[in-house]
Design a protein around this ligand. Structure first.
Ligand code: C2O
Ligand code: CU
Length: 541
């Protein structure tokens, strides 16, 4: 009992300490410029011209009351009709499908009550086109994106990026896939190429989305829901042919990490990561997928009996999350959750504030094998080779820039700093046309008032480019954490987001090309990002 009281006092204290920094956030928001509108360039002749409107809407997600959401409504103004693919009965935005080197125009209209801007996660575009929060537009305004697709074919995505409310807007439904098509005739395509956007949500008894509810604890850890939605829908299965499939999997959750595995013991065959196909397929017993990350998975259902169900699950793991004394508030809901069936249409108020812990086992999606014989393509053993960065050409191979993702002064920070809209520190300036090595360190709370009790994985995302992971130092990662995840990382290929576990150090090689300007790097736990675990880096001539 004594313990409980102490915990309550601690929580109150913590909330008091945090409050000032949130008040500060609100002030800085009011100072933003209101007119950021980019308009159409007449001389730019797009291959694909799309209008995307972010708007509040209502969706019949469950029986009974409709759910209030935000969504991207889209319209194809010019281009092949396949460039815009709608997902019926989903809050998710359209799937935008383009080809390498195409010229894209997107007329983004903001009909939300709040400011917003779109970020093209993973794309290599000029800074004004990247959706930095300083380019936010208000309700009724338009921002016209015009850029050339110069990434490799792969699965990218887009989502809002207004500072402080990205988590909320993505949660309300704003996100979509951006696929750059490859012409691999040897991979499953058309109906055998299926997007799987995995997200978790909470709903109240009248089917409305529940977000944070001003709970500081949730904010510190990141939002965790108690229901899984796939492709913005709550029905958790699809029928598949006896055929080979390509699944483009995106973890579009605010903070949840998945340990993906088939339930029939078959290894996951991974053919691609964030920045496109790997040089060859790789087999894993499971895949760890942090928020923002994508994988391309190949699967053969042709030898499965009709009527059988194959599930894609998330296995249990130890995320290494420890909130020290703050941890007291968590874990209570978790116990209540376990007895509950998913997809349950009947909700009660108790359930709206309970969550499933990061690392608890989950059934994500069921594939029901029909009796239809479909197309079977055999798995290619090799794709195009991936050219590795020559580290001897990097400017700092022996003294990488270091970025410590840590907790201090009741905040998640990077090298002791929080996000400032226009600030770039000296150690965040890089030169155009150079290759560098950056080292990311998950430093937890590293001493101080809370001891080393505040620790969590951080999904690290760098804007504007794709990089290569060159080293993952796990020597300091708690063994129980590492052992529960160690076989699930895809470190080969091109990356824009990777998971940095507690006390892990990861070295990446990156090259700054084509564009000067200010780009972001941040934690893709969207609540951490909104709280300021984000910084600018600048590419200078
Ligand atoms: Cu997907 Cu800066 O984000
Ligand atoms: Cu984080």
């Amino acid at each position: 009992m004594k313990k409980k009281k102490l915990k309550q006092i601690t929580r109150v204290l913590i909330i008091l300490v945090i409050m000032p920094s949130f008040a500060f956030c609100n002030n800085s928001k009011q100072q933003k410029r209101s007119s950021n509108q980019f308009t159409i360039t007449e001389s730019f002749e797009p291959d694909i011209d799309i209008s995307l409107t972010a708007t509040p809407a209502e969706l019949q997600l469950f029986e009974g009351e409709k759910t209030a959401i935000y969504t991207y409504r889209s319209e194809l103004i010019k281009g092949d009709s396949s460039s815009l693919q709608q997902i019926p009965n989903s809050y998710l935005g359209p799937i935008i499908r383009v080809k390498p080197n195409q010229k894209i125009r997107i007329r983004y209209n903001n009909e939300l009550p709040d400011e917003s801007i779109i970020h093209w996660h993973g794309l290599h575009v000029p800074e004004e086109m990247d959706g930095h929060p300083r380019y936010v537009i208000n309700n009724g305004e338009q921002f016209v994106y015009e850029f050339v697709v110069n990434n490799r074919p792969g699965t990218y995505w887009f989502h809002p990026h207004p500072h402080g409310i990205t988590g909320f807007q993505v949660y309300k439904g704003l996100a979509g896939m951006f696929i750059i098509e490859d012409n691999q005739s040897n991979l499953p395509s058309e109906k055998y190429e299926v997007p799987l956007v995995i997200q978790d949500r909470r709903f109240d008894s009248s089917n409305q989305l529940v977000y944070l509810e001003n709970n500081m604890m949730d904010m510190m850890v990141g939002f965790l829901g108690n229901e899984i939605l796939i492709n913005g829908k709550s029905n958790s299965s699809m029928e598949v042919d006896k055929a080979t499939y390509r699944f483009r999997v995106l973890n579009g959750s605010n903070s949840r990490i998945y340990k993906l595995a088939w339930n029939d013991g078959v290894n996951l065959t991974v053919i691609g990561k964030d920045g496109g196909l790997l040089s060859k397929p790789t087999e894993k017993p499971y895949i760890i997928l942090g928020p923002g990350e994508r994988i391309d998975v190949w699967r053969d259902f042709s030898n499965i009996n009709s009527g059988e169900q194959i599930a894609l699950n998330s296995l249990a793991f130890n995320s290494g999350t420890s909130m020290g004394m703050m941890g007291s508030g968590r874990g209570m809901g978790s116990g209540m959750m376990r007895g509950r069936g998913r997809g349950n249409m009947q909700r009660d108020n108790n359930q709206s504030d309970s969550y499933i812990d990061n690392g608890d086992a989950l059934t994500l999606y069921n594939f029901i094998v029909s009796d239809k014989q479909g197309e079977v393509v055999s798995l290619t053993t090799e794709f195009e080779p991936i050219e590795q960065f020559d580290l001897s050409e990097s400017v700092n191979q022996d003294s990488p820039r270091q970025f410590n993702f840590h907790f201090e002064r009741m905040q998640w920070l990077i090298n002791g700093k929080t996000f400032e809209m226009n600030e770039v520190a000296d150690w965040e300036k890089v030169k155009l046309n150079t290759t560098e090595v950056w080292e990311f360190i998950n430093g937890g709370s590293g001493g101080g008032m809370m001891g080393n009790m505040m620790s969590m994985p951080h999904p690290v995302h760098i804007h504007g480019l794709q990089f290569q992971i060159i080293e993952r130092d796990v020597s300091e990662v708690p063994a129980a954490v590492w052992n529960s995840m160690k076989d699930g990382f895809i470190d080969e290929g091109w990356q824009d987001t990777f998971l940095l576990l507690p006390n892990m150090r990861v070295k990446v090689a990156l090259r700054f090309e084509d564009f000067t300007g200010i780009f972001l790097y941040h934690c893709h736990n969207l609540e951490h990002e909104d709280m300021g675990m984000m910084r600018n880096y600048e590419v200078v001539e």
